[in-house]
Design a protein around this ligand. Structure first.
Ligand SMILES: [Zn+2]
Length: 429
């Protein structure tokens, strides 16, 4: 496990191949198939499909058209039809286990989905220049999860090649639908994970600006809840009989104003956003339907709940005032959880000893949400420890932007840290 460099070309090649075929949350069909085959070849015990995803906890599944679109692309790109059948309704991701002997259970999470954004076309954008830009129009790996998959699969290979040096049980979770914080809870709620002693997650370039920086943990994760509001009114002629209609668009408008008027909380940071509104169908008809996509966040779980409960009250009362029917559909959630301090210390020491980084932090503030927080809570509640690392990566442009890219050397460094962690746990350093 000392010769990581010999894997680095493979690692970079792997990232570029996944980068070309980005798939959004619950549609990672080709991605899941390739991960599955690679891990199978390496001798892991594998679970996937409905065996790892709890359907009732699965939120924010795209509409049938989007699922079908990506299933068709997967078939065209060589995914086995029987395999596809098992996952095509949005049951993506793979959980791999390697049982070596008695000893601790160590788990790693790698997220695998992309972002719905069009990748930049210009020649200055490196993936375009080097010929590995997205071929799935309108979708791009602009959060670096292609790098996470590549790190995960190369790590899986190193583990398999060095099995004789290890003990215990290793679990590799290739998680779907991290964007929109949808996938982690569905895996945990399935109840297939054994008791985990140590669990690791991480992200390329998040809150670590340069390739030389590293943080042993992220902190200040915002608890969040994503939700859709569906309003149903009644259509009528706008001039001839407006009094017979129920205007869902106006109800939506009042709801949005109500949302932004929720008082801030004295106990900490709260946020609310309406990112999408769709309403109406015809210029001279009273709009019958309206739909909002919204989210709340809070510095802790209670503050996020405060915002959500207020938002639900507003939807209920305004809908009633307008005479609209409404439905609120949960679309994703995450928690505010702290990493385990002892494990943070272990990761910090290993990063210091490695000589890979010149700017090493114990923790960096995350200005966002992560559903790895569900894993942190799950593992800690079970008596284990969990940590979320930040791997410096010289990010180009910004996350979720069309020109996003990162230094691929960051993957080699991250992989080295993961190997050092394993050595430390199983071989005492
Ligand atoms: Zn991400």
């Amino acid at each position: 496990m000392n010769n990581i460099d010999k894997y680095s070309n493979k690692l970079i090649d792997c990232r570029r191949k996944f980068h070309m075929y980005p798939e959004p949350g619950w549609c990672e069909f080709r991605t899941t198939y390739i991960i599955y085959n690679k891990l199978k070849e390496l001798g892991y015990e594998l679970k996937y499909g409905r065996d790892i995803i709890e359907e009732s906890s699965r939120h924010g599944v795209p509409d049938g058209k989007t699922l079908q679109h990506f299933a068709k692309l997967a078939l065209e790109n060589g995914v086995d039809a029987n395999f596809l059948n098992e996952i095509k309704d949005g049951f993506t991701g793979v959980v791999a286990e390697l049982n070596i002997s008695e000893g601790p259970t160590v788990a790693f999470r790698f997220d695998i989905d992309c972002v719905k954004i069009k990748e930049a076309d210009d020649e200055n954008h490196r993936p375009r220049q080097l010929g590995f830009a997205s071929v799935n129009d309108g979708y791009a790996h602009s959060c670096g999860h292609d790098g996470h998959i590549a790190i995960g699969l190369t790590f899986a290979e190193i583990i398999a090649n060095n099995k004789h040096l290890l003990k215990g049980k290793i679990i590799l979770i290739f998680q779907p639908a991290e964007e929109g914080v949808r996938g982690a809870k569905a895996i945990i709620d399935k109840g297939i994970l054994p008791k985990i002693d140590y669990m690791f997650g991480g992200h390329i370039g998040l809150s670590t600006e340069s390739i030389g920086s590293f943080s042993a943990s992220g902190s200040g994760f915002l608890a969040s809840k994503k939700f859709d509001v569906i309003l149903k009114g009644k259509a009528s002629h706008a001039a001839n009989s407006p009094e017979k209609g129920i205007n869902a668009l106006l109800a939506a408008n009042s709801i949005i104003s109500g949302f932004y008027n929720i008082p801030r909380h004295s106990q900490g940071l709260t946020m609310i956003n309406v990112g999408v509104i769709n309403a109406g169908s015809f210029r001279s008809a009273i709009p019958e339907n309206a739909e909002l996509q919204a989210e709340v966040r809070g510095e802790n779980n209670e503050l996020s709940s405060y915002m959500y409960e207020k938002a639900v009250d507003i939807v209920h009362n305004i809908s009633k005032a307008y005479g609209c029917q409404y439905k609120i559909i949960e679309a994703g959630s995450s928690l505010s959880e702290d990493c385990s301090p002892e494990l943070v210390d272990m990761v910090h020491n290993i990063a210091e000893k490695s000589g890979l980084y010149n700017n090493i932090y114990k923790t960096r503030q995350i200005n966002g949400s992560e559903d790895f927080t569900y894993f942190i809570k799950h593992v800690k509640d079970d008596g284990g420890q969990a940590v979320y690392m930040l791997w410096g990566a010289d990010i180009k442009d910004s996350f979720h932007s069309s020109h996003f890219d990162f230094s691929e050397e960051s993957m080699v460094k991250a992989l080295t840290v993961l190997c050092e962690l394993l050595k430390n746990i199983f071989m005492g350093g």
